[in-house]
Ligand binder design. Sequence first.
Ligand code: ATP
Ligand code: MG
Length: 400
Amino acid sequence: LDPLFHKAIPILENLEQHGYQAYFVGGSVRDHLLGNSVKDIDIATSATPTEVQAIFSKVIPVGIEHGTVIVRHNKQSYEVTTFRKDGNYSDFRHPDEVFFVSKIDDDLSRRDFTINAMAMNKHGDIHDPFHGEQDIKRQLIRTVGLASDRFYEDPLRMLRALRFVSQLGFSIEQHTLESIKKQVNFVNELAVERLAVEFEKTIAGAYVTSAIPFYRDVNLWGQLPVFKEQPKLTTHVEALNQPLALLYEVFALLKIKQPELDLRQMIRLWKLSNNTYNAANKLVQLLSQYEQNGLNNWLIYQLPESLYVSFIRLIDVLHQENDITLMTIKDVASKLKITSISDVAFTGKDIINLYQNRNKGPWIQSYLNQIEKAIVTGELQNHFQDIKEWILSCHPPEKS
Ligand code: ATP
Ligand code: MG
């Protein structure tokens, strides 16, 4: 068993000692059987949230109405969810109500795909009423129960199916795929935020090149913001030869490919944040500088560290041959003479003193920016006297 499971066994034991059933469920069991590293561990139990709260000292009530709490144990967080079934999904977003149930099988039956509907006890025994293990062996994504019902209940599952294709490289079982084709228009009803989560995971999957063609085959593109309005944009995503990681990298890519696009509008249609817009916009600007001038000090100076990896990934996608790595960028960054304008050995006040008979105005900031750039590019030393002479030679003061 993965050490992450071992760390969590005391939680199962504690629940069992209090007379409840408890299992590992969902993605962690699937990943364990695949032999992949396990990420977060989800636990299902017959105890209600209130009963869980009574047993553990540190419990965070994150989604009590859905039966979910977070239990903190040895500095780790575990989602502990009461066995439940979902009621109607009349708004296509949330089940109208959830029912707590006493049997693990009922809980497993509400889950989306057979590979996600297995439970594992503390000894590592697998409980698998829907034959998920067999589907793992056959590499198949298959709904639990009748596909048409399950996708009608929650159309997000159609995107999730393609997301698992992208992450696992599996195929979609025939009935499951037929149902997606028939019912894909229900995706229109979903909250964009939910679409964004699954779409991002899809473009980040190791098998993204297997998953994306399905978006066309089942006409999922026709249900997604931006792509439904401008169907031609899909070709840029379909041309991906390797995964991206973040949704804003997609929109940066689209904007680079088609500069006439409105980046802010695309970000808005996907209900992403302003910060996301800023990140995408910065990437677009710096990638276009890169296309014109290649990698240089000035470019790296403007690139926030948080965007290094996205920047490289997009260069990888845009160019067949790219030898720029994180090392390359960190190396250039570490040799920069300054890392921000506040490092410049000359201030706005110094400029004002130098040009005493001029009125204050935006020219001051503009001079400072010229100094900043000259220092970064290596044209100018970051010393007061050098800067003073340089700026005076660039902008000789008017005679009064
Ligand atoms: P990941 O490794 O990306 O977290 P995961 O399988 O854990 O994958 P989650 O979205 O974290 O996926 O969901 C946890 C589990 O909850 C799933 O494995 C599945 O059993 C169930 N589940 C999640 N979303 C749905 C859904 N829309 N319909 C039915 N079951 C779902
Ligand atoms: Mg998960």
